[in-house]
Design a protein around this ligand. Structure first.
Ligand SMILES: *Cc1c(COP(=O)(O)O)cnc(C)c1O
Length: 399
């Protein structure tokens, strides 16, 4: 559990570096040790029993909690200004814990119509097996969300900025709709990171992360987290994870915590690069369109300005020549690795229609705004001159 008052006296970059530790170091160590142990010995039979009832604090078994994992949970929870956080094996495990830990037979889920591909697939194709129905709605328009609410709607799940279209949802407006009806609002904050957006402070009840992306930031480990604003919800998520087992390993937690320490440096640099790249692409003769929340013509620009501290480092665009032109571009870039995933220090490029969102039908993709020619960039921390020169040479190659 976090002491929220502590965060008030600390800036966000300071919190990313100082929150989440052992409290009392063992040898004065500056880095949190990796407690690579599956189980924890009890000092006595009575103490062991007291840990199980919760009468005494202390670790029992790593699936149920581990000091290294806890340090990461504390750090990210502080950044999101939440009440508690639960680390998971992957981002999808975090999303599964929210959907299956909080919803059941007969419940209705309302979800944004533009989501990470596997999230869309889970909601659309897997949840019905558990008797959970779902509707997808354009969350950029609060009036449509209000219309789509049903008497049995229990949860609204949104992603903003959304993957890959960068659609922006007004989170305070969503919270106004859900709060008074007792509906939970869950936000996938992977693209923005708590550096740029803190949904719990805007009225959300839950935040999920793929820690695999910006929070870790080095494209070398998977992880996820659920951060909540209430103890009651926290208990349900914890119970689900303890029983279904999608929890995090201590070595994974240690690697991700190391990434969290430099979150501010990386996100600030990457988004400064992204804005310059968006401006460059906008005026390039071989580029048809650019979508980036930092561009004033982006439909969500004003909402993004209001609820975010920056526009992030993800953008997408269409080149002249459609899919063939986009393929040519992707095959000729040198500093943008052709790979899915995002949020690492290195820049990546991918093609949503044939890669991350290939699991959807073409009609579903077009409904989400994912056209065949769309190319997505995850802008990294390289020198922006190199990135722009690279894009320029690859664009020149398109006939
Ligand atoms: C990557 C991603 C996920 C899934 O995370 P994994 O760690 O790959 O399981 C969920 N949501 C968004 C927005 C993502 O980018």
């Amino acid at each position: 559990m976090q002491d929220r008052e502590k965060d008030v006296s600390m800036g966000r970059a300071t919190a990313a570096i100082h929150r989440g530790g052992l409290g009392t170091p063992i040898y004065g160590e500056v880095s949190v040790p990796i407690f690579q142990t599956s189980t924890f010995g009890f000092p006595s039979a009575e103490a062991g029993a007291a840990r199980f009832t919760g009468a005494e604090p202390g670790f029992i078994y790593t699936r149920m909690g581990n000091p290294t994992v806890h340090a990461l949970e504390e750090a990210v929870t502080a950044l999101e200004q939440g009440a508690a956080g639960h680390a998971t094996a992957t981002g999808m495990a975090a999303i599964a814990a929210v959907l299956l830990g909080l919803l059941g037979q007969g419940d209705h889920l309302l979800a944004g119509d533009c989501l990470y591909g596997p999230t869309h697939t889970v909601i659309d194709r897997e949840l019905p097996r558990f008797g959970i129905s779902a509707t997808f709605v354009d969350t950029a328009d609060p009036a449509r969300v209000a219309e789509a609410l049903q008497p049995n709607t229990r949860l609204l799940f949104v992603e903003t900025p959304a993957n890959p279209t960068l659609k922006i949802t007004d989170l305070a407006a969503m919270a106004r709709l859900t709060r008074e009806r007792g509906i939970l609002l869950a936000v996938d904050n992977t693209f923005a990171t708590p550096r740029l957006q803190r949904p719990l402070t805007l009225g959300a009840d839950l935040v999920v992360h793929s820690l695999t992306k910006y929070l870790n930031g080095h494209s070398d480990v998977l992880g996820g987290m659920v951060i909540v604003n209430q103890v009651e919800i926290s208990k349900k998520i914890r119970r689900f994870l303890n029983l279904f087992g999608g929890t995090m390993d201590p070595h994974q937690a240690w690697l991700i915590l190391r990434g969290v320490r430099t979150l501010a440096l990386r996100v600030d640099k990457a988004q400064a690069n992204a804005q310059k790249i968006a401006d460059f692409l906008e005026q390039h003769p071989r580029v048809e369109w650019v979508r980036y929340p930092g561009l004033s013509h982006h439909p969500g620009h004003d909402v993004a300005r209001k609820q975010m501290d920056g526009f992030g480092a993800m953008l997408c665009f269409g080149v002249k020549g459609g899919l063939a032109g986009g393929r040519m571009l992707m095959n000729h870039l040198r500093f943008f690795t052709l790979a899915v995933s995002l949020g690492g220090v290195e820049s990546l490029v991918q093609h949503p229609a044939s890669m991350t969102h290939a699991g959807l039908s073409r009609e579903e993709r077009l409904a989400e705004g994912i056209s065949d020619e769309m190319v997505r960039l995850s802008v990294g921390c390289e020198d922006v001159e190199d990135l722009i020169a690279d894009l320029d040479q690859a664009l020149q190659g398109i006939p």
